[in-house]
Design a protein around this ligand. Structure first.
Ligand code: 5GP
Ligand code: ZN
Length: 111
């Protein structure tokens, strides 16, 4: 399987990694949409949030918990957005579950 985020997890593709746990990796987005824009992924490949929840709900919890830890370490004290684009209508472009951690400025409304 040719998956960009699996390659980042394995180290085959370089990334600016900001945090790691046994089952997750967090790295900076290559095209940041906010002063802080970090992606948190499970090491194991799951195509999206729905697949991960179906296969291993505890892993989804670990991904969300890792995202909150990143927000804290990035000092996003004014608030932040956790976002998981899921499927084509959401514009998901990389089909390996990732939670965006966005913050560092007022983000405005969604949609
Ligand atoms: P999606 O649109 O699927 O929710 O988000 C995919 C994200 O991955 C985008 O924000 C995009 O900028 C980011 N991205 C795409 N390719 C790379 C890459 O090679 N390295 C990093 N760090 N981020 C990437
Ligand atoms: Zn993958």
């Amino acid at each position: 399987m040719d998956c960009l985020f699996c390659k980042i997890v394995s180290g085959d593709v370089p990334a600016d990694v900001v945090a790691e746990t046994e089952r997750t990796v967090a790295f900076r987005d290559i095209a940041p949409q906010a002063p802080t824009h970090v992606l948190v992924v499970p090491r194991e490949h799951h195509a999206d949030a729905a697949s991960c929840i179906a296969a291993d709900p505890g892993l989804m919890v670990e991904v969300m918990a890792a995202a909150v830890v990143v927000a804290r370490s990035e000092r996003l004290d004014g608030g932040y957005r956790l976002l998981a684009n899921t499927g084509s209508d959401a514009g998901q472009t990389v089909h390996h579950l990732h939670v965006h951690v966005l913050g560092g400025r007022a983000l405005g409304a969604l949609g």
